[in-house]
Design a protein around this ligand. Structure first.
Ligand code: PRP
Ligand code: URA
Length: 209
């Protein structure tokens, strides 16, 4: 079974409170969602592999560490996942970015895939799938299905707010995936929204509605 981690650093909790507030406007929502993602990425990247490299400091030759092996691909689930890309690029600027388009039917809550564009070497990369909300889990499960179908094997999932129902569904569908969330909320309401949540993440990020 993969890891399930609530990354509840005080700075993350404080910033999440800012964007949960319904009075938080689009500009601040975007900026703070970015900052939370950067703080999360620091922890998510903790197991990045290192290798030895020989360099010369002004004093002498020495063997030190550098990042090795698998390179990173960030894959946001459109639309709202886009709001978590820059926050990771801040720390891992050489990462490639793929996109998976998915929308949730508001009646059935079932996700529909409408777009997939991934780096051609996705099978060689450590993939970070990002989406602010893990609600029923349908979108994350289908996005990871799409990635596996195209050869990705090393996948982590990052979200800002999750519901217990979504975590359980994702763990059942893809048990080996590591899941990182800034908060685990109480439940889903009858419309499939996370309670207390932060509302519709895509609308809040992009100022639609
Ligand atoms: C939201 C959110 C997730 C999905 C989560 O997207 O960004 O992708 O719902 O719900 P689930 O876990 O029940 O699948 P939405 O379908 O509203 O699309 P949008 O990002 O384009 O607004
Ligand atoms: N998608 C959202 O954007 N918010 C929720 O609470 C659930 C799904």
């Amino acid at each position: 079974m993969g890891k399930f981690q609530v990354l509840d650093h005080p700075l993350i909790q404080h910033k999440l409170t800012i964007i949960r507030n319904k009075n938080c406007g689009t500009k601040v929502f975007r900026e703070v969602a970015d900052e939370i993602t950067t703080l999360m990425a620091y922890d998510v990247a903790r197991d990045m592999p290192l290798e030895d490299v020989e360099i010369e400091t002004p004093i002498q030759k020495t063997t030190v560490k550098t990042l090795a092996g698998k390179k990173v691909a960030i894959v946001p689930i459109l639309r709202a996942g886009i709001g978590m890309v820059d926050g990771i690029l801040e720390l891992i600027p050489a990462a490639k970015v793929g996109h998976i388009g998915m929308y949730r039917d508001e009646e059935t809550l079932k996700p529909h895939e409408y777009f997939v564009k991934l780096p051609s070497d996705i099978d060689q990369r450590q993939v970070y799938v990002v989406d602010p909300m893990l609600a029923t889990g349908g979108s994350a499960i289908m996005a990871i299905d799409a990635l596996k179908k195209r050869g990705a094997t090393n996948i982590k999932f990052m979200c800002l707010v999750s519901a217990p129902e979504g975590v359980k569904a994702l763990q059942e569908a893809h048990p080996e995936i590591d899941i990182y969330t800034a908060a685990l909320d109480e439940r889903l309401n009858e419309n499939g929204y996370i309670v207390p949540g932060l509302g519709d993440a895509g609308d809040r990020l992009f100022g639609t509605k």
